[in-house]
Design a protein. Structure first.
Length: 289
């Protein structure tokens, strides 16, 4: 990992309240504006400006969840000049307004954002396996197809799967519009040892590197493996409001992964029926688990 990029991200995380420019951030990495922007995108999959915006919204999420500060106060605290601009940016990235997100954090309802596949009438599926890194217990994993390398609203398709500690689980994203998408994942894994649920570990990952995308064609299944890992210094923050990812105590093995042929994809779509994608666990938790 490039030490210059780590210095740039550290600058954003420390000075997100300030009116930083890309040139300011590039100086922290001892690079010129244009070579820095190119290298940063290669390393993280997003531009420096988008990464800084993600840091600000992520910090705002923490303040909304953990403090009683007003939204106007939070807006200024995370570097926005106006409450309107902050509210617009927050809602666009998280999928919920600041008020709805606070109610959700306090278990007062509000609902999670649904996937938004857009107007494309032609879609396919993405299927494969999800694997945990060694040294973790069972995990609950959110997977989504996104237009950028940031987990932010909207996902064009999404699913939640349970993955055991010792083997991969299958996943299936239905009704993914034709095109090129970033396949990204966020998870919470249980610990190991006498009381595995005494420790929780956040994991992130996806298919390939930050700049890798999957290509989806109509009426076909794209095969893509997902590997999870601990977050690194230059991973963009997770912005999308996610369901609670409580690791399951046990995971029932799935009978098999989705076939990856066009004929099987058509059959799967026929069985699934019309309508938007539903959250379907690839390895369901037994009742009472």
């Amino acid at each position: 990992m490039d030490a210059a990029m780590e210095r740039a991200v550290a600058c954003m995380r420390e000075r997100f309240r300030d009116p930083l420019t890309v040139t300011d951030i590039a100086h922290s990495a001892s690079l010129g504006h244009f070579p820095f922007s190119r290298l940063f995108r290669e390393e993280t999959g997003v531009s420096p400006g988008r990464f800084l915006a993600a840091v600000r919204i992520h910090e705002a999420k923490k303040l909304i969840e953990n403090t009683s500060m007003s939204f106007a106060e939070i807006s200024g605290e995370v570097g926005y000049d106006s409450l309107n601009a902050f509210t617009h940016s927050f809602t666009a990235a998280v999928g919920l307004s600041p008020g709805r997100f606070r109610r959700l954090c306090r278990a007062q309802g509000g609902g999670l954002p649904a996937p938004d596949p857009g107007p494309s009438p032609r879609s396919g599926s993405v299927a494969g396996t999800v694997r945990l890194p060694p040294g973790h217990g069972n995990a609950r994993v959110f997977l989504g197809a996104f237009a950028t390398a940031v987990v932010q609203y909207p996902a064009v398709a999404q699913a939640v799967v349970d993955v055991p500690s010792d083997r991969p689980s299958c996943y299936l994203l239905r009704d993914v519009p034709e095109g090129r998408w970033h396949l990204l994942a966020v998870a919470v894994a249980a610990g190991t040892g006498h009381d595995p649920h005494a420790v929780r570990t956040g994991l992130v990952g996806g298919h390939g590197t930050a700049t890798t995308t999957v290509t989806v064609t109509a009426d076909a299944v794209t095969s893509a493996a997902v590997r999870l890992r601990r977050p690194g210094p230059v991973d963009p923050p997770v912005l999308l409001a996610l369901p609670e990812l409580e690791p399951p105590v046990t995971v029932v093995p799935h009978p098999g992964c989705a076939a990856t042929t066009p004929a099987a994809a058509a059959l799967e779509r026929e069985r699934a029926g019309a309508g938007r994608l539903r959250l379907v666990p690839a390895a369901p938790v037994p009742p009472g688990a």
